[in-house]
Structures are given as C-alpha cells and as structure tokens.
Write a protein that binds this ligand. Structure first.
Ligand code: NI
Length: 266
C-alpha cells in the first residue's frame, strides 16, 4: 500500500471528477492520503474530505503565500481544528521567498510560520513544511523549536547536506514528482544519500506530475513513478520503497500525535 502524504484534492482542477478519482484510490493501492490545507478555506475543505473518505486525513494550516488570510480570529479557528480526530498535522506552513521579495511581507511570513509552529508544539502534531528559496531562515526558525517538533520538509529542493541536518533534527524529507525529472540532479543525490527510513512519498497534486506525465494534472495514482525513481537511486525494489515509506508516514503522522502534549487522542 502507498501512503500519499501531500495532496490538494480540494483544488478546483478536481471539481469535475473528485469523487470518481478519490473513490478509486484504494483499488490503485493508495491506502492513505493526507489532504493538506494551504489557506483557511482549503483547511476547511481538507476537513470535509477527511470526513467523507475514511482513508483521507487532513492537515490544517496556512501556506506562506496565503498568510494574508490569517488574523487572530482565523488563527483561533485553526487552533480549534487541531483537536479533530482526523487531523494528523499542521500544514502546510513555512516560507516562500521565491514569490515574495519584499522584506516586510517576508517578515509577516516568518511571524505566521512561528505562530503555527507553536500551534504544533501545543497540539503535539507534526508539521508539514513548505520552504522555497528560504533555506537559511527556515532552518533558523525551526531551530527555535528544536526537540519539540517533528515533521516533513515537503517537496524538498535544497542540498543533501541540509537534508542530513534536518534529519538530524528529527525531520523527514518529502519526495515527489521532481525526482523523476531529468534535470533533478541535486534531489536524486539527496535521495541516494539520506536514510530510507526518513523518506516520504507525496504528489502535491494537482501540481508536480512525475515523468512521463510532467506538465499534466497530477494525482496519487502516479506515485509508483516516483517510488520507481527512488528505488533506482537506492538500489532496492519499488515495492520495498512503498513499504518503507508507508511505515515512515505511519510513524510520523500516527505515532507522533499528541504524545508530546500529553493530551489524549480522541
Ligand atoms: Ni502543497
């Protein structure tokens, strides 16, 4: 079975066939899916999907590029959702300097990144981190909660050395369609170097479709193309990659939950 750790099935690109697609996932060997919130609205939509499908779980959080939708009031709403029985992570949260060049807005991203990390500490949930062109600040901020937090750096795009440092801090590395791209030398090297028990499979669908579907709408049934490439880098079978990454996701999202906060799971 495959554990898909990062999907956005609430996206409008699934409006025409969302139910057909999702209902067929177990037949395609997709055993569990985390639908990841990127705004208040999509966090709400993720909760709804998790309510509808027993194999879908939700992450609630606000993406750095969407932090304008956050206020103390919406943050409180987010906080309340972390108690939900199918909420397995706070995410996706982080920093995105690729799209944002202005320092005042970058500071605002950092503010809400810290606040949402605190939320994860409070709730005992792992985090799903989005970080683009912001390696130094992401590492600096994550170090502030070192030892109190675990999670995944989703769609990992930095150096193998930084991956090793993040793993040392307790994080997992999310690997998606990019690893199948011919020019993804750095990510392939990262995958070769890091331990298999710290890799998670993800699509980030509808984005980031793997080869040979690059540029088309992505969905979780394409994960075997990603697993195949990881298997090639590691010199193991695709089935083994699927089995190991399933165990990794179970360990991170289902055994981390609320242990640290002492609040009993619902
Ligand atoms: Ni995403």
């Amino acid at each position: 079975m495959i554990f898909e750790t990062h999907a956005h099935y609430d996206d409008a690109r699934f409006d025409d066939d969302r139910d057909i697609l999702l209902s067929a996932m177990p037949q395609h060997g997709i055993g569990r899916i985390i639908n990841v919130g990127a705004s208040v609205a999509s966090s709400r939509a993720s909760l709804k999907l998790a309510e509808t499908y027993d194999f879908v779980y939700a992450a609630v959080g606000v993406h750095p590029s969407e932090t304008a939708c956050l206020s103390e009031e919406s943050f409180d709403w987010l906080k309340r959702q972390t108690n939900g029985s199918k909420v397995v992570a706070v995410g996706e949260i982080g920093l995105d300097y690729y799209w944002e060049k202005e320092s005042a807005v970058r500071r605002l991203q950092q503010h809400w990144f810290r606040r949402q990390l605190e939320l994860a500490v409070l709730s005992g949930l792992p985090v799903i981190i989005h970080s683009r062109d912001a390696a130094a600040d992401t590492l600096r901020i994550l170090k502030e909660t070192a030892g109190k937090i675990t999670g995944v750096i989703h769609c990992y795009s930095y150096s193998p050395e930084l991956a090793e440092e993040l793993i040392e801090m307790g994080f997992y590395i999310g690997v998606g369609g990019v690893v199948t791209f011919r020019n993804a030398k750095k990510l392939k090297e990262t995958v070769s170097r890091i331990p298999s028990d710290r890799i998670l499979l993800e699509t980030d669908c509808p984005y980031m479709a793997p080869e040979p579907h690059r540029g088309l709408r992505n969905n979780s049934t394409l994960i075997p193309f990603i697993a195949e490439q990881i298997a090639a880098q590691k010199g193991i079978s695709r089935e083994e990659v699927e089995r190991i990454t399933w165990d990794n996701a179970m360990r991170l999202f289902f055994h981390t939950k609320r242990e640290s906060s002492g609040v009993s799971p619902q």
